[in-house]
Ligand binder design. Structure first.
Ligand SMILES: O=C(O)CCC(=O)C(=O)O
Length: 238
């Protein structure tokens, strides 16, 4: 599998000494990966709190006219008054940040790590083992604007996060939408149009610029991922 060797970028964030690495995807898209944003023990504390207290649901969604159970648990949190989120025919209830106070502490850490960011919504995902996944998609809903910054925090089991370049703007979802997100790249292969990040406990991955317009991403099924992973994706709704 092509797990990326990342280039460390110095001076990107002089306000802290957390090591961050940036992958330039070209044409105004890039990804920042911070492998150890949150200390190990603190990450487990937040993991256990969220696992227990978040009102997880597994909704029925519609993709290409077919209904199926979303292959992971989810919950949505947003600041009141924002445009409501709808994806795959599903409109999640927006819980408040005040309902789950540790989320505000986590948001604070993420904001400090990303100067200039101001996220007002959060989609949480819980993968109960390697059969849970998210298929190929991009977070290109209009409510996020043309160049959203999307910050994705991992707690718990390590999983692969795969980015693949869209073949062309309009046909990408047709080409990729029904493809199961469980393929691995051949060992040792190098493909500039596909990148895999192994997301560690306490890590933060940030997609920026035109990544949602030009790339799709997935967290594929992995037989060996036998424990739970909680993912928090912070976004700004305009
Ligand atoms: O779990 C992840 O790392 C990705 C989640 C994701 O792609 C999404 O919520 O849109």
């Amino acid at each position: 599998m092509n797990v990326l060797k990342l280039k460390a970028v110095s001076g990107d964030n002089p306000n802290d000494n957390v090591k961050r690495e940036t992958v330039d995807l070209g044409n105004g898209s890039d990804v920042v990966y911070v492998q150890r944003l949150i200390p190990f023990d603190q990450s487990w504390q937040w993991f256990h709190y969220l696992d227990k207290h978040i009102p997880w649901t597994r909704p029925t969604i519609r993709v290409f006219g077919k209904s199926f159970l979303q292959p992971r648990d989810t919950c949505y949190v947003a600041t009141p008054g924002l445009t409501e989120l709808t994806y795959s025919g599903y409109q999640p209830h927006a819980y408040s940040w005040d309902d789950y106070p540790p989320l505000k502490d986590i948001l604070d850490v993420v904001h400090k790590a990303l100067p200039g960011s101001s996220f007002n919504s959060l989609l949480l995902n819980r993968y109960n083992g390697g059969n849970d996944y998210v298929g190929w998609h991009s977070d290109d809903e209009k409510l996020y604007g043309p160049t959203p910054e999307i910050a994705s925090l991992t707690l718990g089991c390590e999983r692969d996060f795969v980015l693949k370049k869209k073949p062309c703007k309009k046909s990408s979802e047709l080409l990729y939408g029904s493809e199961p997100a469980n393929k691995k790249l051949k060992k040792g292969s190098h493909d500039a149009d596909q990148h895999t990040f192994r997301l560690k406990h306490g890590s933060l991955l940030v997609m920026r610029g035109y990544t949602q317009r030009d790339w799709i991403h997935s967290v594929p099924k992995r037989a060996k991922a036998d424990a739970t992973r909680i993912n928090l994706t912070f976004r700004r709704v305009f």
